[in-house]
Ligand binder design. Structure first.
Ligand SMILES: Nc1nc2c(c(=O)[nH]1)N[C@H]1C(S)=C(S)[C@@H](COP(=O)(O)OP(=O)(O)OC[C@H]3O[C@@H](n4cnc5c(=O)[nH]c(N)nc54)[C@H](O)[C@@H]3O)O[C@H]1N2
Ligand SMILES: Nc1nc2c(c(=O)[nH]1)N[C@H]1C(S)=C(S)[C@@H](COP(=O)(O)OP(=O)(O)OC[C@H]3O[C@@H](n4cnc5c(=O)[nH]c(N)nc54)[C@H](O)[C@@H]3O)O[C@H]1N2
Ligand code: SF4
Ligand SMILES: [Mo]
Length: 709
């Protein structure tokens, strides 16, 4: 009808075409958003089309299709807001910055520099993540900074660093996946979490690959598998031990590779010899026959790849569980070749870059270490400081929350995270954040964490800010702004410069645009493990993306690592004996079931963005608890009924969903909802001793129907 009228009036619609990149997961699919104003229309109509690119090959999932909806949402924050009692009142940027400067300075004068902490996120661009690290060390001069990637990539990152000498999510380009003849998908739900990558796996299957899934539940991902090992939550390290034992017994080792390119095999063999396969079957809930079938399929394939994600990694033994799988990769020499390798499937949009440039408590840019004198000297020089002026290492994300609770930290800046929903033991975290003398949250929305703040400052969305993001392959991509900032919102990196100025440290933060920040990041990363020196905005525009490490502007790599050597000084990878670790919390009479947590296709992390997209919110309006029909019957719960789930830390209420997809001893709740549906109110805060990852994937719970009678 409208179109006819236009034809009659002869007026053309006004089009605005925006080239952009999805803000959500680690694939970083490119897209084109078109805004179309018909003459006389009261609001524009948006269409979204995928744009060809190397990772997604021109695919886009429903989250990418609908991301513009949150970016344009009427609840976007457009001005700084200051708390007055229970209300928030708009204030000017000048006033907001003055307040931050005054409060942080006052707290630091009274309680010492470390009393102000910084909490970042893996959605931030490389430029903002880099500057956040610099902000903590140079503007605040505090040792306390960490970020949500601690909950995401820390286990795989530590395992990669220790085993290979480098942590870059995938050791191979995505285009290698269809070449693999056997694929192990351990604790990864690619179908819902990186949906646009699924065709790589279905292509492998068409090429004859045997796919093995390891997951306590059936998911869109396990459904493409030839063999599904429905492991007991938390028992992956033991299962991988079982697989290695069979490889050893069957003689399916690559002896030349083991002797030439790895170290530690003798100790590993001695350890495996002493393990008992029957016992492993008992512990893991996977039969000996299935363990054998999986190991033999993997060991006999000419090419093979192993992928792990949060199912294996978000455990109190996440670091060692990944190492157990890496033992298997190395014993068989299935790495550094077309179609053979390992992948830790990175989570957030910039989950890879976010962990390379200094948001982590012990890190400096370029994957340098804050406790290494040479690394400190390099960065101090780039930052125009003396190395002694840099603080030492702080503590991990949840441990920072413990310090907040203990009032050792009294002021905090949260940028790009919603910790009150995403931290384990969330009631404790909320209690802590309420005690802060001054909490500043930089966000697009009034998130559950922003609601606790003294000051909330508005940031630009993905369509409005320019910067680079590094996808799961280690490919650096440039996302250019395609819309002006909404209201008075500002880019994260700009806000950090503005605050630094108020703290009297402006001379270290003189940047006119994101590219200027990237230019400094290049130099800071030069010679480091994650070397971005050879990458420039100009190259990124011309080449679509560039893999790191990239030490010089003329250089490009194929994205396949370890073809000849590993990144340790001696060129060898490290094998290690791994225990059959048990979860930090076991079931008992009061808490008879295991709870595991994860994701659904339509929602993203704590849901702050996706719950504001009407098309996505409509797909999953509330949380749920998946349980087996036999479990439901024995707890007298019927499908669709509200269920109270209780752990040693608290309780939540969500809707019951009865399905044969899950193990009988386990229930599953997604993480995307806050308040009374926030699953982290009941998860366990126990941390992995090495990487400090919480065990989000196992705790002991009880369930009961909410209805009476
Ligand atoms: N739709 C959507 N996509 C996302 C995100 C999102 O929130 N929503 N988040 C992004 C981010 S930040 C991340 S980190 C990734 C996460 O990506 P994934 O790690 O793939 O996602 P999860 O659902 O957390 O966990 C994966 C699987 O682990 C299984 N699992 C649970 N416990 C265990 C266990 O003990 N052992 C094994 N082997 N498996 C277990 C779960 O049943 C689940 O199917 O996804 C990214 N993509
Ligand atoms: N139980 C359980 N808990 C989990 C997990 C699990 O599997 N189970 N997974 C963990 C994992 S893997 C992750 S990654 C964490 C993530 O948990 P969070 O860090 O809480 O992640 P988000 O929900 O993405 O929160 C990001 C916040 O930053 C805002 N934001 C988005 N983009 C930007 C930006 O560019 N700048 C700024 N300043 N703000 C922005 C969003 O609006 C949102 O409020 O949760 C962890 N928690
Ligand atoms: S959520 Fe991930 S897979 Fe989906 S469009 Fe965005 S980047 Fe691509
Ligand atoms: Mo994540």
């Amino acid at each position: 009808m409208m179109q006819r009228q236009n034809q009659l009036s002869g007026e053309a619609p006004v089009l605005k075409v925006m080239d952009t990149q999805c803000p959500f997961c680690s694939v970083q699919c490119k897209a084109v958003v078109t805004e179309r104003w018909e003459p006389g229309a009261v609001r524009p109509v948006y269409t979204v089309e995928p744009k060809p690119n190397k990772a997604s090959e021109g695919r886009l999932c429903i989250k990418g299709m609908n991301a513009y909806q949150h970016s344009l949402h009427r609840e976007r924050l457009t001005v700084p807001m200051r708390r007055e009692g229970e209300r928030f009142v708009p204030i000017s940027w000048g006033h907001a910055l003055e307040l931050i400067g005054r409060q942080f300075t006052m707290l630091q004068e009274q309680f010492g520099r470390d009393t102000v902490g910084v909490y970042g996120g893996g959605s931030l661009t490389n430029e903002s993540a880099y500057l956040l690290g610099k902000f903590a060390r140079v503007a605040l001069r505090s040792k306390y900074i960490d970020y949500n990637g601690r909950f995401c990539m820390s286990a795989a990152a530590s395992a990669g660093n220790k085993t290979f000498g480098i942590d870059r999510g995938l050791t191979n380009p995505l285009s290698d996946i269809p070449l693999a003849k056997c694929i192990i998908l351990a604790g990864t739900n690619i179908a819902e979490c990186q949906p646009t990558l699924m065709p790589y796996f279905t292509r492998a299957k068409e090429n004859g690959a045997f796919i093995i899934a390891i997951d306590p539940r059936e998911t869109g991902t396990t459904r493409i598998s030839d063999l599904h090992l429905k492991v007991k939550p938390g028992m992956d390290a033991a299962l991988a031990n079982g697989l290695q034992k069979v490889l050893l017994e069957e003689g399916l080792l690559d002896e030349a590779f083991v002797h030439g390119r790895t170290k530690g095999f003798a100790e590993l063999k001695e350890h495996l010899d002493a393990l008992d396969l029957e016992e492993i079957a008992q512990l893991t809930g996977v039969s000996v026959a299935n363990i054998r079938a999986a190991a033999i399929a993997y060991g006999k394939s000419s090419t093979a790849m192993v992928f792990t994600a949060r199912g294996v990694e978000q455990q109190t033994d996440g670091y060692m569980a990944v190492r157990s799988f890496l033992n298997m990769v190395l014993m068989t020499g299935q790495i550094g070749k077309p179609g053979s390798g390992y992948g830790a499937v990175t989570g957030q949009g910039n989950g890879q870059g976010g962990r390379e440039h200094g948001q982590k408590a012990d890190q400096l840019p370029g994957y340098r270490l804050i406790e290494n004198p040479a690394d400190r000297a390099h960065i101090a020089k780039v930052w125009n400081l003396e190395p002694e002026e840099l603080p030492g290492k702080g503590v991990s994300a949840y441990e920072m929350m413990e310090k907040v609770h203990a009032q050792e930290i009294r002021g905090m800046l949260v940028m790009g995270s919603n910790p009150v929903v995403s931290n384990p033991n969330a009631n404790f975290v909320e209690e802590g954040l309420r005690k802060l003398d001054f909490l500043v949250v930089a966000d697009m929305f009034m998130s559950e964490t922003a609601r606790l703040a003294d000051l909330v400052i508005p940031v630009t969305s993905y369509m409005e800010n320019t910067g680079t993001l590094t996808n799961l392959e280690g490919r650096v991509l440039l996302r250019e702004a395609s819309r002006p900032a909404l209201g008075e919102s500002r880019d994260d990196w700009r806000i950090l410069c503005d605050i630094a100025n108020r703290l009297g440290r402006g001379q270290y933060f003189e940047f006119d645009d994101a590219e200027a920040v990237f230019e400094e990041l290049r130099v800071a990363s030069q010679g480091g493990i994650a070397d971005y020196y050879g990458i420039t905005y100009e190259r990124l525009r011309l080449e679509e993306g560039v893999y790191w490490p990239c030490p010089s502007p003329g250089e490009a790599n194929t994205g396949r690592m370890f073809e000849r050597q590993f990144a340790h000084a001696d060129g060898k990878a490290e094998l290690v004996p791994v225990d059959n670790h048990m979860p930090a919390e076991l079931t008992d009479e009061t808490y008879p079931l295991y709870l595991t947590t994860g994701r659904v296709l339509s929602q993203y992390l704590t849901g702050v963005q996706t719950r504001r997209s009407h098309s996505l919110a409509a797909r999953d309006v509330e949380s749920f608890v998946e349980m087996h029909p036999k479990t439901a019957r024995s707890f007298r719960i019927s499908d669709g009924e509200l269920v109270r789930i209780t752990s040693r830390r608290g309780s939540i209420v969500v809707r019951g969903k009865v399905t044969t997809d899950i193990r009988q001893d386990t229930v599953f709740v997604p993480m995307h909802w806050g308040d009374s549906q926030c699953v982290n109110k009941i998860t366990n805060q126990a941390l992995d001793p090495t990487c400090r990852m919480p065990g989000f994937k196992v705790c002991a719970v009880n369930i009961e129907p909410l209805t009476s009678g």
